[in-house]
Design a protein around this ligand. Structure first.
Ligand SMILES: *[C@@H]1O[C@H](CO)[C@@H](O)[C@H](O)[C@H]1NC(C)=O
Ligand SMILES: *[C@@H]1O[C@H](CO)[C@@H](O)[C@H](O)[C@H]1NC(C)=O
Ligand SMILES: *[C@@H]1O[C@H](CO)[C@@H](O)[C@H](O)[C@H]1NC(C)=O
Ligand SMILES: *[C@@H]1O[C@H](CO)[C@@H](O)[C@H](O)[C@H]1NC(C)=O
Ligand SMILES: CC(=O)N[C@H]1CO[C@H](CO)[C@@H](O)[C@@H]1O
Length: 829
C-alpha cells in the first residue's frame, strides 16, 4: 500500500485489488382557491364511528353513514370497517374498507403486505386518533412525542362511494411534498392548483402536469421537525390534488385523494430522517434488486437501426473512437414485422444475430433487446402457443381482447392467468436460447402500460392498424450485405360502470376515457379481477414475470431488466428508464427530478434518462452536456428515436470528448457506484442518486433544489443547465467540499456561487468533506477489464479531519449470497 499526498488537501491511497472484502467504515375547512374544488363536498356529513375495539395491535371500529350520504358520484356505502394496526414502532396501517370486506385490494401476489413483528410494537412513534365533527369521522396521525399531526382529515368528510373515494389531509402552510408517481414536474411538488393523476399511460414526449408511465401512490413530506411518508396501497385510477384554502384571510394547504375504486389502505411512516422514511418504506414495498456490475457500464441504443450491419458498425465505431461501450441494444427493428419473439429474416437473420452476440461476448461486451407484452394476432409460434394455453386477455364473450401495437392487431398476456408464467418463461427459453437463439444478457420491456394505438372503443382494430401503418414499412433491404463482423373471483363487477365512472380523473389520453390507448377497463382477468382495478399493475407484473423468465435462462445470476411502466415495489424486480423524452434542454433538466423520484422515493435506484434525448433532433452541445450528466445518473444509456438524426457519441467532437472524459470518470468510480447500489439493496436507504435535502435536512435552501444532487453519498453533481451557457449558479451548503477530480478545497457558505468557464464536455463535481472514495486507478474499455485495475482511495477530510467511506467487492454477477464482512475505519489526516 502506498500513500501519496496530492494538492495539499486530499490524500490518495493506492491499494491492490482485494476480493470479497467490505470495510467501513388545527385546521378550518374553507373554500379551495384553485379550480380543483369539487361541488357539494362541504355538505357531506360523512360517517360516524362506533363499536370501537382496542386490541393489542391497534383497534377496529364500524363506520356508519350519517343520513343519506352525499351522493357526489353515486351512492354512498352505508357501513365501513376501520382497522388500525401498529405494525412496527415506525409504521401504522389504517385500512378503511366496506363492512363485508369484499372490495378489490391490491393482490398479495403483486405486492405482498409487509410482515408485522412477532409482537405488538412497544413504543410506537406514531399515534392514531379518531376525530369527530360536523362532517363526521376523521382521523389524525400524530408523532408520539411532540403530538404534532403529520396527517389529519379532521373537519373534512370521508366519502366512500362505489366508484369514488375521497379524503382530504390538512397540510401546514407551504408544505414540502415529494413523490406521488412518475411526472415531469418539479421534484418538490407544486402546492397550489396541482393535480397528480395516477393512471399509467404511454406518454410520448413526457408532457408536464400529466399522468405518465409509473404509478407510485406514495409521498414524503419534509418539515423542520422531521420527514414522514404516506403510502396509499391502491392501484385504481386516482387524482391527488394539492391546493390551498383561504379562511378569513388565513391560508392553509391540503392534499386530497379522489380514487375510482378499491379501498383506503394507508401506511404511515414515521421517519424522522429522510433516510429513515426511505428505509421504512422499503420494508413496505421491498428493497431494490441487486444489479450486475456490467449493467452500470455505458449502453448504446436507438430505434431505427436498419439491420445487423448497422448495429455491428456502431459497436465498431465506438471502439475506433476510443469510447467504452459496455452494452449494445436493439429496439423493435430486429423483429419480423414487429412481432415479439421473432427476427427479421432479411435484416436481422438469426445466424447474424448469433454472430453479433458471439462477437460482443468474446469482447466482454453485452447485448440487450426489447420485448413488448403485446403479441401479434397472427399465425405464428408465440401467438399460437399462447392461444393454445389460453393466456391472453379475453372479452366477456370469450373472444380475444384485441388492440393495436407495433405489429398491427395484437393480444395481451393476462398476467393473472396461472398458465402465463410458464408461457412467458418458455417463450424466453425458446427465443433467447443460448445455443439456438439470441443469447441476450439483459432485457428491455416497453409498452407495458399496456399501450394500445387504437382509440377507444377500438371497434375495428384491423382498420386502425392499416390507418396507422402498423407494422411500419421496414427500411429497404441492403442490396448486397457485406459481412463485417391470487384471486378474488367474481362473476360480476361490483362497479356500476367500468368504462365511464362518474368522476373523471385527469387522464391525459386523447379522449380522457380510462380505456383509451390501453387495454379496456371492462376486461375481466382469468382470476376474476377487472382491468379497471388492476390496470396500473400491468407493467410491474410483466417485470416480475420477465425476471422469472430471465432467471430460468441463467439461474443464480442477477437479471438486468429495464422497464417503462411500474407500480409501487417494482424496484425489487427491475430498473426503469424515464420513457420517451425529447431532445430538449427542458427535458435534460427534468430528467434530474424524475431520477430523484425513482431513486430516493420509489426505491427504483436503477434509473436514467435517454441521454441526448429520444424524440426530435439533438444538438452537439446538448448531447455533450447530457453525456456528462448521464455519466452521473445510475443507468446510463444513449437512446434515440427512429426519425431523429443519429446521435452516437462518436459523431461529434464535443460529445466524443465528453464521453471519453465522463465515462472514464464514471468507470473509475464504478465500484463506488456499485457499492452504493449494494448499500441500497441491503438497507433501502437511498445511496445512488440522492436529493440535496437528504444530506442537509435542516438547510431549507436545499429543500426545493432539483438541478443539483448527490451521486452516491459523497459526490455533488451540479450540471450546467441552460443552452450555450458555460457558467452555472449552484448552491453550496455550509460544509467542506473538494472539486473533483482536481481536489481543490472549497468551503461552502450556505450561499449560491457561480461556476464559470465550464467547457461543454465537462460537468462540475464536488466531493463532500468527510468522505473516502474508492477509485479504480484507471478506466478501461469494458467493465471486465476495469475489474482488473488497482484501487486508489481519495480521503477527503471534513472540518474535524475525519472521513469515512465504504467499498463492496464481490463477483458482480451472482444473485444473493454475498454476505458482507464489516470493518469500520475512520481516518484522520
Ligand atoms: C388551475 O390550473 C388549471 C390548469 O390545470 C387552469 O386552467 C386554472 O386556470 C388554474 N386555476 C387557478 C385559480 O390558478
Ligand atoms: C349539488 O347540490 C345541488 C343542490 O345544492 C344539487 O342540485 C346538485 O345536483 C348536487 N350535485 C351533485 C353532483 O350531487
Ligand atoms: C431532424 O433532422 C432531420 C434531418 O435533418 C429532418 O428531416 C427532421 O425533420 C428533423 N426533425 C425535427 C423534429 O426537427
Ligand atoms: C445557442 O447557440 C446557437 C448557435 O449559435 C443558436 O442558434 C441558439 O439560438 C442559441 N440558443 C440560445 C438559447 O441562446
Ligand atoms: C418537461 C417538458 O419539457 N415536457 C414537454 C414534453 O413534450 C411535450 C410535447 O410532447 C411538451 O408539451 C412538454 O412541455
Amino acid at each position: 500500500m502506498q500513500l501519496i499526498r496530492t494538492g495539499g488537501t486530499g490524500v490518495l491511497l493506492t491499494l491492490l485489488p482485494v476480493l470479497a472484502l467490505a470495510f467501513l467504515i388545527p385546521f378550518v375547512r374553507a373554500q379551495s382557491s384553485g379550480s380543483t374544488s369539487l361541488k357539494n363536498i362541504s355538505k357531506c356529513k360523512g360517517y360516524k364511528a362506533s363499536n370501537i375495539k382496542n386490541s393489542q395491535w391497534g383497534l377496529t371500529a364500524d363506520l356508519t353513514l350519517v343520513g343519506k350520504g352525499c351522493g357526489v358520484y353515486g351512492e354512498d356505502l352505508k357501513k365501513l370497517a376501520l382497522t388500525v394496526e401498529y405494525q412496527t414502532d415506525d409504521r401504522v396501517r389504517v385500512l378503511i374498507q366496506d363492512a363485508a370486506k369484499q372490495r378489490y385490494q391490491v393482490p398479495e401476489s403483486v405486492l405482498a403486505q409487509p410482515p408485522r413483528g412477532d409482537r405488538p410494537p412497544k413504543r410506537p412513534s406514531l399515534k392514531f386518533e379518531a376525530t369527530d365533527g360536523p362532517n363526521g369521522f376523521g382521523f389524525k396521525i400524530t408523532r408520539a412525542g411532540s403530538k404534532e399531526a403529520i396527517f389529519s382529515t379532521e373537519g373534512n368528510p370521508l366519502i366512500f362511494e362505489k366508484q369514488f373515494l375521497y379524503l382530504r389531509n390538512n397540510l401546514p402552510r407551504d408544505p414540502f411534498v415529494y413523490g406521488l408517481g412518475e411526472h415531469t414536474d418539479t421534484f418538490r411538488l407544486p402546492t397550489k392548483n396541482y393535480t397528480r393523476t395516477i393512471w399509467n399511460r404511454d406518454s410520448y414526449g413526457v408532457p408536464e402536469n400529466s399522468n405518465l408511465y409509473g404509478a407510485h401512490p406514495v409521498y414524503f413530506e419534509h418539515r423542520h421537525s422531521g420527514t414522514h411518508g404516506v403510502f396509499l396501497r391502491n392501484s385504481n385510477g386516482m387524482d391527488i390534488v394539492l391546493d390551498e384554502v383561504s379562511h378569513r384571510g388565513r391560508k392553509s394547504n391540503f392534499l386530497e385523494y379522489r380514487v375510482l375504486g378499491g379501498v383506503f389502505d394507508f401506511t404511515f411512516i414515521a421517519g424522522p430522517t429522510p433516510q429513515d422514511v426511505s428505509r421504512q418504506y422499503a420494508e413496505v414495498v421491498g428493497k431494490p434488486a441487486e444489479v450486475p456490475y456490467w449493467g452500470l457500464g455505458f449502453h448504446q441504443c436507438r430505434y431505427g437501426y436498419r439491420d445487423w450491419i448497422d448495429v455491428a458498425g456502431v459497436v465498431e465505431n465506438y471502439k475506433k473512437a476510443g469510447i467504452p461501450l459496455e452494452t449494445m441494444w436493439t429496439d423493435i427493428d430486429y423483429m419480423d414485422r414487429r412481432r415479439v419473439f421473432s427476427v427479421d429474416p432479411q435484416r436481422f437473420p438469426m445466424h447474424r444475430m448469433r454472430q453479433l452476440v458471439d462477437k460482443l461476448h468474446k469482447d466482454h461486451q453485452h447485448y440487450i433487446v426489447m420485448v413488448d407484452p403485446a403479441v401479434a394476432a397472427a399465425d405464428y409460434g408465440a401467438y399460437n402457443r399462447g392461444v393454445e394455453k389460453g393466456v391472453f386477455m379475453k372479452e366477456q364473450d370469450g373472444s380475444l381482447h384485441l388492440g393495436v401495437v407495433w405489429p398491427g392487431v395484437t393480444v395481451y398476456p393476462d398476467w393473472f392467468n396461472p398458465a402465463t408464467q410458464s408461457y412467458w418463461t418458455e417463450e424466453f427459453q425458446r427465443f433467447f436460447n443460448k445455443d439456438t437463439g439470441v443469447d441476450i444478457d439483459g432485457v428491455w420491456i416497453d409498452m407495458n402500460e399496456p399501450a394500445n394505438f387504437c382509440d377507444y372503443p377500438c371497434e375495428d382494430p384491423e382498420q386502425a392498424a392499416i390507418d396507422q401503418d402498423m407494422p411500419p414499412t421496414p427500411p429497404p433491404v441492403r442490396p448486397d450485405p457485406v459481412p463485417a463482423l391470487e384471486g378474488f373471483p367474481n362473476s360480476k363487477s361490483q362497479y356500476e360502470d367500468l368504462i365511464n365512472p362518474k368522476y373523471k380523473i385527469k387522464n391525459d389520453a386523447p379522449s380522457g376515457i380510462l380505456s383509451d390507448k390501453t387495454a379496456h377497463t371492462d376486461i375481466q382477468h382469468a382470476n376474476g379481477l377487472w382491468e379497471y382495478d388492476v390496470h396500473n399493475l400491468y407493467g410491474s407484473m410483466m417485470s416480475t414475470f420477465t425476471r422469472s423468465a430471465m432467471l430460468a435462462r441463467r439461474p443464480g445470476r442477477r437479471p438486468f431488466i429495464i422497464t417503462r411502466s411500474t407500480f409501487a415495489g417494482a424496484g425489487a424486480q427491475v430498473g426503469k428508464w424515464l420513457g420517451d423524452n425529447l431532445s430538449l434542454w427542458e427535458h435534460y433538466r427534468m430528467s434530474i427530478a424524475s431520477m430523484l423520484g425513482f431513486s430516493s422515493i420509489y426505491q427504483v435506484p436503477l434509473v436514467g434518462s435517454d441521454v441526448c434525448g429520444f424524440g426530435g433532433n439533438t444538438t452537439e452541445t446538448l448531447c455533450a452536456r447530457w453525456t456528462t450528466l448521464g455519466a452521473f445518473q445510475p443507468f446510463y444509456r444513449n437512446h434515440n428515436g427512429d426519425t431523429s438524426i443519429s446521435q452516437e457519441l462518436y459523431l461529434w467532437e464535443k460529445s466524443s470528448d465528453a464521453a471519453r472524459w465522463a465515462i472514464n470518470i464514471r468507470y473509475q468510480l464504478l465500484d463506488y457506484l456499485y457499492t452504493a447500489f449494494w448499500s441500497q439493496h441491503r438497507t433501502g436507504v437511498p445511496s445512488v442518486a440522492i436529493p440535496m435535502w437528504y444530506n442537509y435536512p435542516k438547510d431549507e435552501n436545499t429543500w426545493p433544489i432539483d438541478l443539483q444532487y448527490f451521486f452516491g453519498e459523497s459526490i455533488l453533481v451540479s450540471p450546467v443547465t441552460a443552452e450555450n451557457k458555460t457558467s452555472v449558479e449552484i448552491y453550496l451548503p455550509k460544509d467542506t467540499f473538494y472539486t473533483f477530480p482536481e481536489l481543490k478545497k472549497v468551503e461552502g457558505r450556505g450561499k449560491k456561487v457561480t461556476l464559470r468557464d465550464i467547457p461543454f464536455d465537462r460537468i462540475p463535481l464536488h466531493i463532500k468533506g468527510g468522505s473516502i472514495i474508492p477509485l479504480r486507478e484507471q478506466s478501461a474499455m469494458t467493465t471486465y477489464e476495469l475489474r482488473k485495475k488497482d484501487f486508489e482511495l481519495i480521503v477527503a477530510p471534513d472540518a474535524h479531519g475525519n472521513a469515512e467511506g465504504q467499498l463492496w467487492i464481490d463477483d458482480g454477477d451472482k444473485l444473493g449470497g454475498n454476505q458482507p464482512r464489516r470493518t469500520r475505519s475512520a481516518m484522520d489526516t
